[in-house]
Design a protein around this ligand. Structure first.
Ligand SMILES: Nc1ncnc2c1ncn2[C@@H]1O[C@H](COP(=O)(O)OP(=O)(O)OP(=O)(O)O)[C@@H](O)[C@H]1O
Length: 252
């Protein structure tokens, strides 16, 4: 469970990233965060695994106060939270399986890392993860020879190999064409429903958010202005999240 209790984030230059956010996300939820550019979506997402420190309030993830974590405890905590980015962040000149196996490195003794001597269990985990996202047949192909959608699936498989309880996804389909974007969103749904992993995802495509997520969080200028089921998101809700921009687009 993720709990934001009166959380604010003020960047060193004075910009308010989050403004008194109160939010509870239960285990196994699929939540999409929507809002205009600069609204605070990434700040919210990245606070969860402490890529960004919060300035005020309390953020608790699975009963751990995130702000109190240091050193080894922080590294251990981060292993339980997978992260997927818009730009995939793969090592392009190596194979798909090597990319996925890299998720196992923090669990390995140093000598194994040095020799690249992955254990059989790690290889099985990596292959199972690739199977879950439907690209097992690409295991021994170089990552840079795959399409964007396939590369995002490798990134997702790498995250699964980490055996996370939560996956954070920062604009995971922004670089993909509409058909591929839907396929990757379907992967997220399957992972969420079949494996029970909580998914918290930032997305600019409102239609995709509503179609695939169960719950929508609308953020505007660092404040949550909507938090409810996807099926209840209507034009009035979108206006409250996007303001004039939504009205102008609707009338264009
Ligand atoms: N490192 C930083 N230093 C100062 N201000 C920042 C920093 N990162 C983000 N901000 C500011 O905080 C606010 C929220 O940014 P954030 O990246 O969370 O928005 P976003 O909703 O994810 O935007 P986008 O959709 O464009 O990615 C913006 O005003 C942004 O300019």
């Amino acid at each position: 469970m993720i709990v934001f209790d009166h959380v604010s984030k003020i960047y060193p230059n004075g910009t308010v990233g989050l403004d008194d956010v109160n939010l509870t996300i239960q285990d196994g939820e699929f939540v999409a965060i929507i809002g205009r550019s600069g609204a605070g979506k990434s700040t919210l997402l990245r606070a969860v695994n402490r890529m960004h420190d919060i300035s005020k309030g309390t953020l608790t993830v699975n009963d751990t106060n995130v702000s109190g974590l240091r050193g080894k405890a922080l590294r251990h905590f981060r292993r339980e939270i997978g992260m997927v980015f818009q730009s995939f962040n793969l090592v392009s000149r190596t194979t798909v399986i090597r990319n996925v196996l890299s998720a196992r490195v923090p669990e390995m003794p140093f000598w194994r890392v040095l020799l690249g001597a992955f254990r059989k269990e790690d290889k099985i985990t990596a292959l199972e993860s690739l199977d879950k996202v439907g690209i097992l047949d690409k295991a021994y192909i170089r990552a840079d020879q795959l399409s964007g959608g396939q590369q995002q699936r490798v990134a997702l498989a790498r995250t699964l190999a980490q055996k996370p309880k939560i996956i954070l996804a920062d604009e995971p389909v922004a670089a993909l064409d509409p058909v591929t974007a839907k396929q990757v969103m379907e992967d997220f749904v399957r992972i969420n429903k079949e494996m029970g992993i909580s998914i918290l995802l930032n997305i600019h495509h409102v239609e995709l958010a509503i179609e695939y997520a169960d719950r929508i969080i609308g953020i505007r200028a660092g404040k949550i202005v909507y938090d409810g089921p996807s099926k209840e998101v209507d034009q009035a809700v979108l206006d409250s999240i996007y303001g004039e921009a939504a009205k102008q687009e609707a009338t264009a």
